[in-house]
Design a protein. Structure first.
Length: 125
């Protein structure tokens, strides 16, 4: 697109619009499914089971948010970061590829009390 002699901003805006609509629809459907899950869990479970279900839902939502934040950041830099350095685009690409899979075990292991205490001790030292 950079080799074209015409203005390509319409293509960039259209691509971003499609990306936002796709992420928005995914986010809406994920939110809707969690509302239905929580409505069911809160109506039939005991207090302790409700807290356990909420803990699991929060972990899932954190993992999804980690993925979407890096995805949207990379898309914005790619489409509108013409003045940014290529190094920044490469670093954000690596963040997009590496951070969500590397953070998934951490997000899910925070639920375990033993692992949570070990992680806190590792960072406090």
């Amino acid at each position: 697109m950079k080799a074209a002699c015409s203005d390509t901003s319409v293509n960039s805006i259209y691509g971003l619009f499609v990306k936002v609509i796709t992420v928005g629809l995914d986010s809406f459907l994920i939110f809707l499914s969690y509302v239905m899950i929580l409505k069911t869990v809160l109506s039939i479970a005991s207090h302790r089971e409700c807290l356990r279900a909420l803990n699991t839902c929060v972990s899932h939502l954190c993992a999804v948010v980690l993925f979407y934040i890096s995805d949207i950041g990379l898309s914005l830099i790619h489409r509108f970061g013409n003045s940014s350095t290529h190094l920044l685009q490469i670093i954000l690409g690596y963040i997009y590829l590496l951070v969500p899979p590397l953070m998934n075990p951490i997000v899910y292991s925070v639920k375990s009390k033993y692992l949570r205490e070990r992680i806190i001790r590792a960072f406090v030292k």
